[in-house]
Design a protein around this ligand. Structure first.
Ligand code: DGL
Length: 275
């Protein structure tokens, strides 16, 4: 197999990472991708650091058997607590979703950035640290406000994207931000689905940053720089890449909910047991 035809490996705690997959497919349609959703152990966002690290390492051990050319940690909670361990443990390029989103946020912010995410992500302090680091590099003064929004995950999976209950939940979580921030990072795979109610609650002037979009751009840049981009190397072929789906439980539920997250049908989903 040509180096460029090797797949990108991507994992998430479940279906949420499909928002990242969807964006990567849009930007890089020629890439082969292996998606793993840890549906047996989702959610990660309510678990401890050590558990999320352990699960993330096992997920990547599974993905690494496919000779992947790049690993994308689509799950924010894993990116927040396990990224360094994954980089240390595996001899592959690893990208998380936090830094790309933060770069964009710091670049456009006039000084007040909000972050919403799972409890594990917020408690890890990873977004706060990354914002401070990049603001320093950019010589900018940034005030940071954070809020965990755990109920957004089940609401998005239930498909309650705009109803009254979801709007009330969004108001309850986000009224705290109203007129206090100019940029809000959606620091969880599920939140892009709830953009409408989030924007309503924070006010139309707040710019929402979708980490999936920023990560897809970075994946493209990194592959091009490393000479591993399927498109750049074989533009004359421009064939569509293949996506293979693996989960650790309930392929049927993954397909049903996942199709909403991905925006298209999901073909075969294989269920595997992780050791
Ligand atoms: N994928 C997770 C994240 O982005 C959200 C779902 C979960 O808690 O596992 O943090």
């Amino acid at each position: 197999m040509d180096l460029v035809d090797r797949p990108i490996g991507l994992f998430d705690s479940g279906v949420g990472g499909l928002t990242v997959l969807r964006t990567i497919k849009r930007v890089l349609p020629e890439e082969n991708i292996i998606y793993f959703g840890d549906t047996a152990r989702v959610p990660y966002g309510t678990k401890s650091k050590s558990t999320i690290k352990k699960f993330s390492l096992q997920n990547v051990r599974f993905l690494s058997q496919f000779n992947i050319k790049l690993l994308v940690v689509a799950c924010n909670s894993s990116s927040a607590v396990a990224l360094l361990d994954l980089k240390r443990e595996f001899n592959i390029s690893v990208l998380g979703v936090i830094e790309p989103a933060v770069r964009k946020a710091v670049q456009i912010s006039e000084g007040k950035i909000g972050v919403i995410a799972t409890s594990a992500t917020i408690e890890s302090g990873a977004y706060q640290r990354t914002i401070r680091k990049i603001a320093k590099e950019e010589n900018k003064e940034i005030e940071i406000l954070v809020k965990d929004c755990p109920l957004f995950v089940p609401l998005a999976e239930e498909g309650w994207l705009q109803n009254k209950i979801s709007q009330q939940v969004a108001q309850r979580y986000l009224s705290f931000f109203k007129d206090k921030i100019d940029v809000l990072i959606l620091g969880c795979t599920h939140y892009p689905l709830l953009k409408r109610i989030i924007r309503k609650a924070t006010g139309a002037k707040t710019v929402l940053i979708d980490s999936a979009k920023e990560t897809a751009r970075l994946v493209k840049d990194v592959l091009e720089k490393q000479g591993l981009s399927a498109h750049k190397t074989k533009p004359f072929l421009s064939k569509k890449g293949r996506v293979k789906f693996y989960v650790s439980d309930s392929p049927r539920r993954f397909k049903k909910i996942g199709e909403r997250f991905l925006g298209t049908g999901i073909g075969k989903v294989e269920c595997i047991k992780l050791e």
